[in-house]
Design a protein around this ligand. Structure first.
Ligand code: ADP
Length: 795
């Protein structure tokens, strides 16, 4: 084989290997390369191309280029607009550098051509061609970047050497592999090398593909949400969402981030904001969410007022706002002292119990003021659904937070004083028991993370000071009661009311009605009249209303008459308040047979209750009228049984229950009456009617009766005695066991009323019945005398 040798300019290539029979274009940046090309163009256009071992080198020497390269013919040189040149060359043959002829101004080398054995299309050749094509096809199917044109043109080559070179040139092999392929003069060796490298490259492509698919998936997931959001925005814009729900969501998000709440609370709310953003701006759902955010964001998550407790100040505030109530004030101050000493530990809940209008709410307001806490009130009257306390889930139409969270929101601070008013009026039904929910609210172990169904995230109620009020403890659930410290307030007597009106209610109403600079006065008689004839209550609520009503009318008449002063007297009162609304049920005008006066305890305090009995010839029927409750009816039956068993000693015909009809009636039939405390009154009226002995008109009584005629204790003695006092009763018969309760009775009343205790019915009858009368059947006088000693006058 004769090897030709040439003296040629050398052009070092960066990252490129040129094979024989292949046209390649490349850009020339270096001046030396330019000169080499020029030299080639000036002679026979032949040039020696050799790849640089290190692409980064700018001025490679002969030792920096591969020894084996390609002799190529320069076909064209283009001058590009940016000043560089682009050369089109065609490889001619492989060649090896024998010697560096000169290094300046460009390298010139003596190169010797490497002749490859010519393809003879024998079987081995074909096998290699096929195998190469097969591998190359596999590569092509995995390769995204190769165009089908290039692939088809390569597949059309049948010469193994050319095919191998074309493949080596077009596949993205690393530069050292390409160089190796160039250096392999032997076709089969080259083909084998390429088969291995092709397979490897295909594998690399597959792995690459896998990696990129995985990466793509991740990117896609991130992008998907972004795209969807963008799309949503576009759709919403098209649908006329001018204000942009996204902008709203962003505003909510900013507010949520600024919220000083716990991390999990914020995370949950941010999620909600994302959900909100995907909603239709005008949809019902988005309206629900807006309400929700507005509510939750306005909660005082971390807002507190500074609590301060000064016992003197507290005492001052209580005194300033309330007349009397000494014991109550004392107990409240004790409670507050303990509360302040125990710092954060929650003690029992204070519960103020008493009839309406006795100042419970007003005391609680004073407590709030003296502690520096915000005051909020929740009225629990009539609540019978757990959701009232705990809220409705958002899925309900018109759902909202429960009363507790609503109150916290109204207070605008996390440590308000919360008044739970009328807990005794709370009921339970199929919708759940609000008392159970309330227990959770009041329980220090649980209320640091109270979960309202509507708010959904927990809220800390442990800083709230709860105080409750009730009219009676009878209907308060036991577990609630166990957590409470009870302070009782009873009704006011007339004198107390008078002072409250004079010192508090009149000044308050004058101020409220803008009459400070006018001279409005009430005479004492007028005040007493208002108390006695325009109100009937244990407290002073209606009294205050009536005073207010006088003040309003007075304001009008000040304007109309231009007068500077006005005096409300007993006589002018009627022009302001109209006719008397109440007239006392005063004692009867004379002693009567079959009518006894009992004392009852009602919501508005005590009252007197007259019980009438008629005995008629008949067949033993007993009739009870006047809207009596079951317990009262039973009391009546017990009284009858007792009298039957004692008929003889009373001097009554023992067969009266067969030959007479008995009708027991309690007037004011519209008012429901119940309770056992009328027992002795019914029995007295019965005995009076059966014996014909009249009942003393100045005696009233209260007490439960047993079958054996014993007298059992009753409750509400103070209220009852106030009622008796108003009715000008002189003597009250009470059960002996109630003797301790007499301490509560105001001195003024004890001075005027004679309290008589009785442990048995005979003692009651002795005190209540007159000795003489027109007997229905005579009672032997001896019995009257024997039992008289048993009744003991106490004062
Ligand atoms: P309750 O909560 O017991 O139903 P409130 O506290 O609402 O009663 O009282 C009704 C009105 O009577 C209030 O204006 C209150 O200031 C006034 N009041 C009640 N008791 C007194 C008192 N002892 N001294 C001054 N004002 C009183």
């Amino acid at each position: 084989m004769n090897k030709k040798e040439y003296i040629l300019p050398l052009l070092p290539l960066r990252g490129l290997v040129v094979y024989p029979h292949m046209s390649v274009t490349f850009d020339i940046g270096r001046e030396t390369s330019n000169q080499a090309l020029k030299a080639a163009m000036d002679s026979d256009k032949m040039i020696f191309l050799s790849a640089q071992m290190d692409m980064e080198l700018d001025e490679p020497g002969i030792e920096d280029v591969y020894q084996i390269g390609t002799i190529a013919s320069v076909k064209q040189i283009l001058k590009l607009p940016n000043g560089t040149r682009r050369a089109l060359v065609e490889g001619v043959s492989r060649a090896v550098i024998k010697e560096l002829v000169s290094a300046q101004p460009y390298m010139t080398v003596r190169a010797s051509e490497i002749k490859c054995p010519e393809g003879d299309y024998d079987i081995t050749d074909r096998a290699f061609v096929r195998k190469l094509q097969e591998e190359f096809e596999k590569y092509f199917t995995s390769c995204q970047s190769m165009t089908p044109d290039v692939f088809l043109s390569i597949m059309a080559v049948s010469d193994p050497s050319v095919l191998a070179d074309r493949i080596a040139s077009s596949v993205n092999f690393p530069i050292d592999i390409k160089q190796k392929a160039l250096e392999c003069a032997d076709v089969y060796e080259r083909a084998e090398l390429l088969l291995v490298e092709l397979a490897r490259e295909t594998e690399v492509l597959k792995i690459e593909e896998k990696i990129s698919r995985r990466v793509q998936k991740q990117v896609e997931e991130n992008q998907k949400e972004y795209y969807l959001r963008e799309q949503l925005k576009a759709i919403q814009k098209e649908l006329g969402d001018k204000d942009g729900i996204s902008a709203e969501a962003k505003a909510y998000r900013d507010k949520i981030k600024a919220l000083r709440a716990k991390k999990e609370v914020k995370e949950k709310l941010l999620k909600d904001a994302d959900r909100f953003e995907k909603m239709q701006s005008s949809s019902a759902d988005s309206a629900v969410m807006r309400n929700y955010f507005d509510t939750v964001l306005s909660l005082p998550w971390n807002k507190k007022t500074k609590e301060s407790f000064d016992i003197n100040k507290a005492s001052e505030v209580l005194e300033r706002d309330h007349y009397g109530l000494e014991k109550v004030k004392q107990r409240v101050l004790e409670y507050l002292s303990v509360h302040s000493l125990k710092k954060n530990a929650q003690g029992p809940i204070l519960c103020l119990v008493g009839p309406p209008g006795v100042g419970k709410t007003s005391i609680v307001k004073s407590i709030a003021e003296s502690l520096g806490r915000k005051y909020v009130r929740i009225s629990l009257g009539g609540i019978h659904d757990e959701a009232d306390i705990r809220g409705h889930r958002k899925t309900y139409i018109g759902a909202m937070e429960g009363r507790i969270m609503d109150a916290v929101n109204r207070a605008g601070s996390k440590n308000p004083l919360m008044l739970l008013d009328e807990i005794d009026k709370m009921g339970a039904d199929y919708k759940g028991d609000p008392a159970a929910a309330l227990l959770e609210v009041l329980d220090a172990e649980q209320n640091f993370a109270f979960r309202d169904h509507y708010i959904e995230v927990p809220f800390d109620l442990s800083d709230v000071l709860f105080i409750t009020t009730a009219n009676t403890l009878d209907t308060v659930s036991r577990p609630l009661l166990d957590r409470m410290e009870v302070i009782e307030l009873s009704g006011y007597i007339e004198d107390e009311k008078f002072n409250i009106v004079k010192k508090y209610l009149i000044p308050k109403q004058i101020k409220r009605n803008g009459l400070e600079d006018k001279k409005l006065t009430f005479t004492d008689e007028a005040v007493h009249d208002i108390i006695n004839h325009y109100t009937r209550e244990a407290g002073v609520r209606n009294l205050e209303r009536e005073i207010g009503s006088v003040c309003r009318k007075a304001a009008k008449s000040f304007l109309e008459s231009g007068k500077k002063s006005l005096r409300i007297t007993q006589n002018t009162l009627i022009t302001y308040l109209g006719k008397h609304k109440f007239n006392f049920d005063l004692m009867n005008e004379k002693n009567e047979v079959g009518v006894a006066r009992g004392l009852a305890w009602t919501q508005v305090g005590g009252d007197t209750l007259s019980i009438e009995v008629n005995i008629m010839a008949g067949t033993g029927k007993v009739e009870l009228t006047g809207k009596l409750g079951d317990v009262m009816k039973e009391s009546a039956m017990t009284a009858i049984s007792y009298i039957r068993s004692q008929a003889e000693s009373f001097g009554i015909d023992a067969s009266f229950y067969k030959t007479r009809d008995i009708h027991i009636h309690v007037p004011e039939g519209a008012v429901p009456k119940d309770g056992p405390s009328a027992g002795i009154t019914i029995a007295t009226a019965l005995v009076s009617a059966l014996t014909g002995r009249a009942v003393r008109r100045d005696v009233a009584m209260t007490g439960e009766i047993t079958l054996r005629g014993r007298v059992l204790p009753i409750g509400g003695l103070k209220e009852k005695s106030l009622a008796a006092f108003r009715a000008e009763i002189k003597t009250i018969i009470i059960p002996e066991k109630n003797i301790a309760d007499l301490d509560e009775i105001p001195n003024e009343i004890r001075k005027q009323i004679n309290f008589v205790t009785a442990d048995c019915m005979e003692a009651v009858l002795n005190e209540a019945l007159t000795d003489v009368g027109k007997p229905y059947m005579h009672m032997p006088l001896s019995i009257v005398h024997n039992t008289r000693e048993k009744a003991r006058a106490l004062n």
